[in-house]
Design a protein around this ligand. Structure first.
Ligand SMILES: Nc1ncnc2c1ncn2[C@@H]1O[C@H](COP(=O)(O)OP(=O)(O)OP(=O)(O)O)[C@@H](O)[C@H]1O
Length: 463
C-alpha cells in the first residue's frame, strides 16, 4: 500500500448462502455433523449467491470516492466489508485509519439505552476515552439537535432522530475515513444541509466514501467513482464518466426490455405478470424535488389494538422487495414487502393476515389479506409458534402527507372470522415530497405518448 493509499481492495468476493426453505437451513445446521460422524460426505443444502465477485480498487487519502450501482449490485455488502462488519469470502481488503460509517440507521445503537448512553458507548467503540467524550458531548448533542430525546431510549426515536444522533456521533470521533450512504436522505432538509456543510469541511482533509443513487450528488461531490454491476466492478474513473456509463446501462437495459417485449407474441403478454417497469419519467423525477420520498416510522409495539387474544402481532415493517432489508424510507413506485409477524398464543386454525392502508383522514386507500391465497389450504399455527405473512406490492405514489397501515391476524374465513389481534396504525408513512397533486394515489406510467398524424378529411368534405 503506498503512503497515500488508504483503502486497497483486491480480488474481493462475497458469497451468501441461500436457502430455498427454512427447512434447508435447519438441515444444513444439523445433518453435516451427523453425516461426517457416520463417515458419509457432508450434504450441502444451500446454493451460493455471489454478491461480490473479484472486486478491486483503491482510494487515496483525501479522496471523495463515490460508489454507484443499481439496487442489489453489492454496494452495501462492499461497505459492510470495508467497515469490518461483514467478512469477505475471499480477497484482500486493507484499510488505513479510523473508519466511521453512517450505514443502516441506528446500527451500533442499543435501542434500550438513552441517546446519551449510546453516545458514550459509540464514542468508546471509536477509541475515545470518557474525558474526550465528556468534552465533546455538548457539541454532539447540539449537532443532533433532538432536545430532551437525548435522555430517552433510542427505541423511542423516529428514523429522523436516529440518523441525527448517528451522524452527530460519527462527525465527532476524529474519523480518518467516513462512509455515508443513503441513510442521510432520511434527515429533514435543514439537517441534511448541516450534514453537507460538515462533509464539505471533512472532505478538505479526510477520505469520504459516498454511496448514493443521487447522480447529481455523486457528480458534484466525488473526485472519483466506482460502478458496481451485479457484484462486479464495471468501471472506476471520473464521476462524470462513471455516471455516464451507469446511465447508458440503465437506458440500454430499458431498451432491451422494451425490444424484447415488442418481439414477444401477443399471446405471451398475459405471462408478463411479473415484468417490472418503472415510470418512464423516473430518472427526471428522482433527481427533482418531485421524487416521492416516503419516510417509514418504526413499528409501534404499544400501539392501540384489540382482538380475541389468540395471537399477538410482534413485528411489522416495510422491506425492500429485492434485498429484504427493512426500510426506514422508500420512494413511491418501488417494489416493497409488508411483513407482519405474530406469536400464536393459542392453537390457531385457518389463519388470515390482513392490512389496511389509510390516508391521514383514516380513509382506506387499499388493503388486502391472505384469505384467497390460502383458501384451499388454510394455514394453522400452534401455540408458541411465530407466524409471518409477507405482502409484496408496488408502493403507490403518495401525495404529501401522513399515512398509516393497520395490520391484523384473524382466524376463519373472509365472511366469518375472529380478529385475534388488530393493531391500529402499526406503521406510519410520511410522504415528504410528491408529484401527485390530485387523487388519492399516483400510478407509475410505463409509457406516455403524444402522436400526430395527417388529418383525414371529414367524410362530408371528401364526398
Ligand atoms: N445476507 C444475505 N443473504 C443472501 N443474499 C444477500 C444477503 N445480503 C445481501 N444479499 C444479496 O446480495 C446482493 C447485493 O446486496 P446489497 O445489499 O449489497 O446491494 P446494494 O447495491 O447495496 O442494494 P441497494 O441499493 O438496494 O441497497 C443482493 O442481490 C442481495 O439480495
Amino acid at each position: 500500500m503506498s503512503s497515500e493509499t488508504v483503502i486497497e481492495v483486491e480480488g474481493l468476493c462475497k458469497n451468501f448462502e441461500v436457502y430455498a426453505t427454512p427447512r434447508d437451513r435447519l438441515k444444513q445446521l444439523l445433518l453435516p455433523p451427523v453425516q461426517r460422524m457416520l463417515g458419509m460426505p457432508a450434504g450441502v443444502y444451500h446454493s451460493k449467491f455471489p454478491a461480490l465477485s473479484d472486486v478491486g480498487f483503491s482510494v487515496s487519502r483525501g479522496e471523495t470516492f463515490g460508489i454507484v450501482g443499481r439496487n442489489g449490485s453489492g454496494k452495501s455488502t462492499l461497505l459492510q466489508i470495508l467497515c469490518g462488519t461483514l467478512a469477505p469470502s475471499s480477497g484482500r481488503v486493507r484499510v488505513k485509519g479510523k473508519v466511521a460509517a453512517l450505514l443502516e440507521l441506528g446500527a451500533g445503537f442499543n435501542p434500550e439505552f438513552s441517546g446519551r448512553e449510546n453516545v458514550y458507548m459509540n464514542g468508546r467503540l471509536f477509541g475515545l476515552n470518557t474525558a474526550q467524550i465528556d468534552d465533546r458531548f455538548d457539541r454532539i448533542a447540539a449537532f443532533a439537535d433532538i432536545g430532551d430525546f437525548i435522555d430517552k431510549p433510542v427505541k423511542t426515536y423516529s428514523s429522523g432522530m436516529y440518523v441525527r444522533l448517528a451522524f452527530a456521533v460519527i462527525a465527532h470521533v476524529d474519523a480518518d475515513i467516513l462512509v455515508v450512504d443513503e441513510a442521510l436522505s432520511v434527515g429533514d432538509a435543514y439537517f441534511v444541509q448541516k450534514c453537507m456543510r460538515f462533509l464539505r469541511g471533512f472532505m478538505e482533509h479526510g477520505t469520504l466514501l459516498f454511496v448514493s443513487h443521487d447522480i447529481a450528488a455523486v457528480t458534484t461531490l466525488c473526485s472519483s467513482a466506482l460502478l458496481l454491476e451485479r457484484g462486479r466492478v464495471a468501471q472506476v474513473g471520473s464521476p462524470k464518466s462513471v455516471i455516464t456509463h451507469y446511465l447508458e446501462n440503465l437506458v440500454a437495459e430499458s431498451q432491451d426490455i422494451s425490444a424484447a417485449r415488442q418481439a414477444e407474441p401477443i399471446a405471451d403478454e398475459a405471462a408478463e405478470d411479473s415484468a417490472d417497469f418503472t415510470d418512464m419519467r423516473e430518472r427526471f423525477i428522482n433527481h427533482s424535488p418531485l421524487r416521492n420520498d416516503i419516510e417509514l416510522l418504526p413499528f409501534r409495539v404499544g400501539a392501540e389494538s384489540f382482538g380475541a387474544g389468540g395471537a399477538r402481532i410482534v413485528d411489522c415493517c416495510v422491506r425492500d422487495a429485492a434485498s429484504r432489508k427493512r426500510l426506514d424510507w422508500v420512494v413511491g413506485g418501488e417494489m416493497v414487502q409488508l411483513l407482519i409477524g405474530a406469536d400464536a398464543l393459542a392453537n390457531l386454525e385457518a389463519v388470515i393476515f390482513g392490512f389496511d392502508f389509510k390516508d391521514r383522514l383514516g380513509q382506506t386507500i387499499f388493503g388486502d389479506n391472505t384469505y384467497l391465497t390460502y383458501r384451499l389450504e388454510p394455514r394453522r399455527a400452534r401455540a408458541g409458534e411465530r407466524i409471518e405473512a409477507v405482502f409484496e406490492f408496488r408502493m403507490p405514489l403518495l401525495p404529501v402527507g401522513d399515512y398509516a397501515i393497520s395490520v391484523a391476524i384473524a382466524t376463519g374465513s373472509q365472511e366469518a372470522h375472529v380478529q385475534q389481534h388488530w393493531i391500529h396504525d402499526a406503521v406510519i408513512l410520511r410522504s415528504q415530497a410528491s408529484r401527485v397533486c390530485f387523487g388519492q394515489v399516483g400510478i407509475p406510467m410505463r409509457n406516455i405518448e403524444i402522436n400526430t398524424r395527417r388529418a383525414t378529411r371529414p367524410a362530408a368534405e371528401a364526398s
